[in-house]
Design a binder for this molecule. Structure first.
Ligand code: GDP
Ligand code: FE
Ligand code: FE
Ligand code: FE
Length: 194
């Protein structure tokens, strides 16, 4: 694992070490697989492979940051106070970029936006946003009913993959009687028909 361009004053090895120190091994291996899958999707969709591989690698950097730290950052860093009504599932993307900037010194707006959008999707999504969003969903460690169809659709058409994932997530959330973050629903309404 190596990133030729890091988009950070830190070296590739330093970024990898910080990532490893910030999560358990299971989560770290997921991030490695999302990185590899992002690289593959970048190649298929004419996007910078090294940039996609880095974005995929750091997408869950803040997934295991303690809840108290998130609450403090949301209150002190001018995030929308409505975020306090949600949890780490939603925070680690939208607020997670704060920790990625602070610790990994990655300031590239495309990478930060892809992290921000990787859980909920969004009404507008760039190629990198779609790559990371889909790599997270179909990386080889994922095993859920429909994952093979999701892989097939995504490798054939990235936009259709986004629609498939949002429909799948929405069904799952509703089945669990879980709250739907409004951005997830807005994204579904745009991408379900593509
Ligand atoms: P992970 O970080 O690799 O586990 O994957 P994600 O970042 O894509 O998703 C984290 C969790 O957020 C998953 O369990 C999703 O089901 C959940 N999630 C996605 N959208 C929503 C939403 O709108 N509302 C809620 N409550 N959870 C969501
Ligand atoms: Fe995530
Ligand atoms: Fe995701
Ligand atoms: Fe993930």
């Amino acid at each position: 694992l190596i990133f030729k361009k890091t988009y950070s004053p830190l070296t590739s090895a330093e970024i990898i070490a910080k990532e490893k120190a910030n999560m358990d091994d299971k989560r770290f291996q997921h991030c490695v697989r999302v990185s590899e899958t992002s690289r593959k999707l970048a190649k298929l969709n004419g996007y910078d492979e090294d940039k996609a591989a880095l974005a995929g690698f750091v997408h869950d950097y803040a997934k295991q940051v303690p809840v108290e730290e998130y609450v403090k950052v949301i209150k002190e860093q001018d995030f929308d106070p409505d975020l306090l009504n949600w949890n780490r599932a939603i925070w680690h993307g939208i607020v997670g970029t704060y920790f990625v900037e602070r610790d990994l010194k990655i300031r590239d707006p495309e990478i930060l936006t892809a992290i921000r959008r990787h859980t909920t999707g969004d009404v507008e999504m760039t190629t990198l946003d779609k790559i990371v969003f889909m790599a997270d969903f179909i990386e080889p460690g994922r095993d859920f009913p429909g994952v093979d169809e999701a892989r097939k659709i995504t490798y054939a058409n990235l936009d259709k993959g986004v629609g498939y994932q949002l429909a799948h997530t929405l069904s799952f959330l509703i089945e669990q009687r879980n709250k739907v973050y409004p951005r997830t629903l807005k994204a579904y309404n745009v991408w379900s028909t593509k």
